[in-house]
Ligand binder design. Structure first.
Ligand code: SAM
Length: 443
């Protein structure tokens, strides 16, 4: 929380009647507070307001320049000649509280350095989300109201103690965040095959079809049925920046296309696959939306079957060429294990004319102290070969305390593609992982 909101929290002392509220009653939050004000002739109003900017009262939706009222509550007879500027009671308590710059400005514009009290009606509209939730939720409990935004949808992950207030929290998020018209709460952990969340609509419309823009590319998808994570935009951009026009991209777990679509826009030929029929449908939709459907061939199958079917069919021709082949495997919970699909993919007899080996970018979660080493060892175990000195590891993001998302990049070793040992034969010697090391490109 910022200093400013601490300051403002001091000004607003919520009525005790709102504590424990579960159905939002906006009117119940209104409160009259007494704030300092200074009387300014309208002829110099703009200049003085500018000079006193630092000590003026700041609140969402609040007019800080107000008309003067007489004691009978009517407008002052000298209306039109003076206005009141409302001041922050934490900065200005008396006429002596002005700093030297402000005092000089007042003097220069001929404004008497006198403070009066103004009875200000603060309403729900003038409060911040945190203030409202702090007033409602049980005292002393965390009121964090953070969410990730996916188009018009705010996606929350509420704690147990917040659940009784979830509808109210959802409505407050809509009220206080322009453009958000739907608030959902995650109701399970992301362990489904398709990596989508089960979610409950807390407030607003239940339209789950989000329209988002990431790195200048437009996507549309049903957020309740596919995987989308706004926190991966930097990683999508990082991989796409490695691509050259004419390269081939094989996206094994493509989702709705955040690697595939920008890759195609960059002039790559893309083969994109996802097991989830909904992701597959939205991937095709997004390819059309971004006018790259002619550059993307899409598939709806299991990742291993995709590698051992459509990818295998095209690989020899691509490996005869000189344009790079990039294989992207972003299913961090499982992708490292899927690397076994490359073992023996091209059969036992090496063909020396196929020397353009694919570059693999494979993602993995790790909870180990040495996450870098852990993901490399798991990649090596699936490939049944050492990647020592032949791979780089990138820390993508910290997913949770003690859980990192990593990306291992390497050139697929010839000995893996040409081998008698396929994914089904598990008889090869395990590499000794303890001896292996990998470079970190961030070093
Ligand atoms: C973590 S998401 C990544 C999506 C996208 N590449 C991105 O970066 O946002 C993983 C995707 O893999 C898909 N998936 C899960 N199991 C799969 C499998 N066995 N074969 C192919 N796709 C699978 C899910 O449906 C999901 O769309």
């Amino acid at each position: 929380m910022t200093d400013q909101s601490q300051t403002d929290l001091g000004l607003y002392k919520p009525p005790s009647t709102v504590r424990g509220m579960t159905d939002l009653d906006r009117a119940a939050f209104s409160q009259t507070v007494s704030v300092p004000a200074i009387r300014i002739p309208t002829s110099v109003l703009n200049k003085v307001v500018k000079s006193l900017k630092k000590v003026a009262l700041q609140r969402p939706g609040l007019k800080r320049v107000v008309e003067e009222l007489c004691e009978d509550g009517n407008k002052d007879s000298s209306e039109g000649e003076h206005r009141l500027l409302l001041l922050d009671p934490n900065s200005i308590t008396s006429a002596d509280s002005f700093g030297s710059e402000e005092a000089e400005a007042l003097k220069a514009y001929g404004v008497p350095q006198e403070i009066q009290k103004y009875e200000l009606q603060l309403t729900y509209e003038n409060l911040k989300s945190e203030e409202i939730l702090r007033a409602v939720l049980p005292e002393g409990q965390d009121v964090t109201s953070g969410f990730s935004r996916v188009g018009h949808i705010a996606h929350m992950n509420l704690r147990d103690h917040q659940l009784p207030y979830r509808k109210l929290i959802g409505q407050v998020i809509i009220d206080k965040n322009p453009g958000i018209t739907c608030v959902v709460n995650k109701t399970n952990t992301i362990d489904s095959t398709y990596r989508n969340f089960l979610m409950e609509v807390l407030a607003g419309e239940s339209n789950m079809v989000a329209k988002v823009r990431e790195n200048g590319v437009f996507y549309e998808f049903d957020f309740s049925r596919v995987y989308w994570n706004p926190r991966l935009s930097t990683e999508h951009e990082r991989i796409v920046s490695l691509l050259q026009r004419g390269d081939t991209v094989v996206d094994v777990f493509a989702g709705v296309g955040p690697f595939a679509i920008p890759a195609a826009r960059r002039g790559c030929e893309v083969f994109a696959n996802d097991l989830n029929p909904e992701s597959f449908r939205w991937l095709q939709h997004n390819a059309k939306l971004n006018k790259v459907d002619r550059k993307i061939t899409s598939f709806n199958m299991d990742g291993r079957d995709f590698i051992r079917g459509p990818v295998l069919e095209r690989l020899p021709a691509l490996m005869k060429g000189s344009q790079k082949i990039h294989v992207v495997m972003n299913l961090p919970a499982l992708a490292l294990e899927f690397l076994d699909a490359f073992r023996g993919l091209l059969g036992p007899e090496p063909d020396q004319s196929l020397d353009n080996l694919p570059q693999v970018h494979c993602y993995g979660f790790s909870k180990e102290d040495d996450a870098q080493r852990d993901v490399v060892e798991r990649a090596e175990a699936s490939l049944k070969t050492s990647l020592q000195g032949q791979c780089s590891v990138h820390l993508v993001r910290n997913v949770a305390p003690n859980k990192e998302m990593m990306c291992v990049s390497f050139t697929l070793p010839r000995g893996v593609l040409y081998s008698t040992h396929t994914q089904d034969s598990d008889v090869l010697e395990e590499p000794n992982p303890k001896k292996q090391k990998c470079e970190d490109p961030t070093d």
